[in-house]
Design a binder for this molecule. Structure first.
Ligand SMILES: [Zn+2]
Length: 409
């Protein structure tokens, strides 16, 4: 037996010498499209509670945004909604909370300053179950500079927000709900304001030599629908069934589900505490969130002598879009994106996603996966108003079809 084990060790050493692993290192990239991602000041959020006409309204919770509040008349009020700085992408996030001393109906006008209305308001008593404000009770003002909703208030707490609220604590609870031997929870580091950047390292058993999938979300705070798709996607990957078990026998999944916890909890429209769009920093690493995640991916991949084959970054925009590489880019899994999306369309004919190919020429995460690893990178965009049951289906089927294709590679 001793001889047998000695022979095995020799074979193992021979095999590892035979295949030399080239470690990756964090590299700055030059793209034709350049972006200044040095810090840009933000206007600090002012925490306030107002008590007027028999109710209170506040922004004293994570992900709240209400920059001012005033009475316009009896049961008529205006809320100011401002961005953290400018120029900024037009995603005016708002979220606030009301508690009445009596039941009544009020009108609230959202005033976006120089912004344009984007998100249809939703209400919730418990932050878990959300309802759209009825279209008969909501109207958008001239040039979309404002929007007015009619709301019933009572002695129960009522949250009103641009999308379902998933703040950094909610995301931490969700990651902890994926409680399985396959999932290791961690953090590559902290943000400027001391929040943990969450990570999960998912595989079956040892990670050594396994190819790697990287999953990102919430670089942009209001992009909750993309975040929902990511959650359904990952729940499918850790499911205890034949496909998922086989996939995690062969692959390792590194997940950073809340890239911008400061921005999310401060109710930002787009940026982090440094006032920067994180998804423009993936060639410079000036922002701590991007730098620490990139260093973490590289350190983990090097330690297990693996290779990143695919990076998926979940976002939201006006409609469903798959941003992929154009034909000039030859990744290590050529043709993956079109095959995968084609399979999703076959399974879900109601998926209205548009395929939008780009060259690798800008400092976004999708391009980092190619520049750093020659991997395939895809930005997976979900529409702001895409039905939530369709998001669930897209997340689940997207995971299944991806696992099937990658298992064949
Ligand atoms: Zn985005």
């Amino acid at each position: 037996m001793t001889r047998f084990f000695a022979a095995c060790i020799c074979l193992a050493i021979f095999a590892s010498c035979d295949k030399s692993y080239e470690p990756h290192k964090l590299t700055e990239f030059e793209y034709t499209s350049k972006v200044d991602t040095n810090d840009h000041p933000i206007v600090a959020k002012e925490d306030r509670q107002y008590t007027v006409q028999g109710f209170t309204i506040d922004n004293l919770f994570d992900a709240a945004r209400m920059n001012g509040f005033k009475e316009l008349g009896t049961n008529q009020f205006e809320i100011q909604v401002n961005p953290e700085n400018s120029p900024i992408n037009m995603s005016p996030w708002y979220a606030f909370r009301l508690v009445g001393t009596e039941s009544k109906t009020i009108d609230i006008t959202l005033n976006y300053a120089n912004g344009r209305h984007r998100y249809w308001p939703k209400t919730s008593a418990d932050r878990n179950n959300w309802q759209l404000v009825d279209s008969s009770r909501f109207s958008i003002g001239a040039d979309s500079l404002s929007a007015t909703m009619t709301i019933d208030i009572s002695q129960d707490t009522l949250y009103i927000a641009a999308q379902e609220i998933i703040n950094s604590t909610d995301m931490k609870h969700w990651t902890q709900s994926l409680n399985s031997a396959k999932v290791k929870h961690g953090s590559p580091g902290k943000t400027r304001l001391g929040r943990d950047i969450l990570s999960m390292d998912i595989t079956n058993g040892s990670a050594v030599g396994k190819d790697v999938l990287v999953v990102l979300s919430r670089q942009h705070p209001p992009e909750v629908t993309g975040n929902l798709a990511m959650m359904h996607f990952l729940e499918e990957i850790v499911r205890d069934n034949d496909l998922s078990n086989k996939f995690l026998d062969k692959y390792r999944v590194l997940v950073y589900p809340m890239m911008n916890p400061d921005g999310v909890d401060l109710g930002h429209w787009r940026h982090n505490e440094g006032g920067i769009d994180l998804n423009r920093d993936w060639a410079y690493y000036r922002q701590p969130e991007v730098r620490q995640v990139c260093e973490d991916v590289i350190a983990k991949v090097n330690a297990s002598e693996g290779e990143v084959k695919l990076g998926l970054d979940f976002h939201s925009t006006w409609s469903d879009i798959y941003y992929i590489y154009d034909d000039t880019v030859k990744s290590v899994i050529p043709g993956f994106a079109r095959e995968w999306i084609g399979n999703i369309f076959e399974e879900i004919p109601e998926d209205q996603g548009i395929i939008s190919p780009f060259a690798v020429n800008s400092p976004v995460s999708k391009n980092w996966f190619y520049s750093e690893f020659k991997a395939e990178g895809i930005t997976y965009e979900i529409g702001d108003g895409t039905p939530r049951d369709l998001i669930k289906k897209k997340g689940q089927v997207g995971a299944q079809e991806m696992m099937k294709i990658l298992l064949e590679k």
